[in-house]
Design a protein. Structure first.
Length: 393
């Protein structure tokens, strides 16, 4: 690759319209009375959007090389993350060699320690990092998974996350992960409803299909233990993100107390190698689930997965479509992947980032072969309205 430098860094954000998967119209399963940390307040129980799940919107970062080649990526963060990218992080990219991913990541992270470390700042860093890998792949005419060492398997195998695991089974997925609908504040009636739903779904899918529960940070330790013990009757494969992400001690105890053979998983809302080191060294989980758009990007996910491998812990990233696919296809300790069912009734397989991305691959019969298109192999939809800091609409 001839000497190439980064010339421009641009950040955009969306405002509604479903471009961010957190921002879906009324009636979508993803916002239908799901147990959350805020569900203990009745006013915020029926809808995650009621307490602000959809306030940020999507973040889009473009990085342009001096030869005109543009890499881009999408994550969550919206306008505030766009501000961080353009007003702070861009200085570490302009004039830099696009191949200097380690140095650029280090500078972005260290320079934001005084107000970052996790959350929104890491979303912004992650999106820049993914755009950088996309650019590097395009400059070298290689898909990102080639840059990461090449595939270790011919295809990806998926489980589905959505409200209808029974339909997911018919679509060829190896398992289905249900959102937990009732929180501890809903008492014994809520617990009974959770177990009844699980029992009904097990009856529909039979004994040979994985069933999991996504608790989205909403439980306390004792409720989680009770739920896990009762769910063993229905052959629950794992209980996911049962506790708040900072409760490492709770996860350690939960893993000791779940029924034999049931796994504990978490990590969707964790960030950086240091956060995941806590999960690993404290024995918090059987599977780590970093989101590559939130944990620090691919540059950081490499370190997280390597550390997990030394602990013999699986890494199955949270959703994130092509941005995780290109990673998991290269890792021995990522034997299967998650697919988020973004159809409102979880009855069809549609792209996760639609309408924002074009050419986004989707599994057929629960499986997917990646093509060799350079970068991540997707395009930004020119029909989607994007907003910038310099030209607000």
């Amino acid at each position: 690759m001839p000497d190439t430098r980064i010339r421009h860094v641009r950040a955009f954000y969306t405002k509604g319209g479903g471009a961010d998967y957190h921002d879906q119209p009324a009636g979508h399963w993803i916002d239908d009375h799901i147990s959350t940390p805020m569900a203990k307040y009745p006013a915020y129980r029926a809808s995650r959007q009621s307490f602000g799940l959809n306030v940020l919107g999507s973040l889009v970062v473009e990085i342009e090389a001096d030869n005109g080649v543009v890499g881009f990526a999408v994550s969550t963060g919206g306008e505030p993350a766009a501000w961080i990218v353009e007003r702070h992080l861009a200085r570490f990219l302009i004039g830099a060699d696009p191949a200097s991913v380690e140095q650029i990541w280090d500078q972005m992270y260290l320079s934001t320690l005084f107000y970052g470390r996790k959350g929104l700042v890491l979303n912004a860093i992650s999106c820049v990092d993914l755009a950088l890998w996309d650019l590097l792949g395009k400059l070298r005419s290689e898909p990102v998974y080639h840059l990461l060492g090449g595939p270790v398997r011919d295809e990806l195998i998926f489980y589905a996350t959505g409200a209808r695991p029974d339909l997911a089974k018919g679509l060829g997925f190896i398992g289905g992960k249900l959102p937990l609908h009732h929180c501890p504040a809903e008492g014994e009636e809520g617990m009974s409803s959770n177990l009844a739903e699980l029992a009904e779904m097990r009856a529909r899918v039979g004994d040979d299909f994985w069933l999991m529960l996504d608790c989205w940070m909403s439980l306390d330790l004792e409720y989680a233990v009770r739920l896990a013990q009762a769910a063993a009757e229905y052959n629950l494969k794992w209980i996911e993100e049962a506790l708040p992400p900072d409760d490492y001690w709770g996860y350690t105890e939960l893993r000791k107390r779940v029924p034999k053979g049931m796994m504990v998983t978490t990590g969707e809302h964790e960030a950086t190698r240091w956060g995941f080191r806590m999960l690993l060294e404290m024995g918090c989980a059987d599977i780590l689930q970093p989101d590559v758009g939130w944990c620090g990007g691919i540059t950081e996910l490499i370190k997280i997965a390597d550390e997990a491998d030394t602990h013999r812990v699986l890494v199955v990233p949270h959703g994130s479509s092509v941005y995780s696919y290109h990673f998991t296809i290269t890792r021995h300790n990522s034997p299967f992947s998650e697919f988020l069912m973004m159809a409102p009734k979880a009855d069809r397989v549609i792209p996760m980032f639609s309408p924002l991305l074009l050419d986004e691959p989707i599994p057929f019969n629960g499986r997917l072969k990646l093509n060799d298109t350079p970068g991540f192999g997707v395009r930004l939809n020119p029909d989607c309205v994007l907003h910038s800091l310099t030209k607000k609409n």
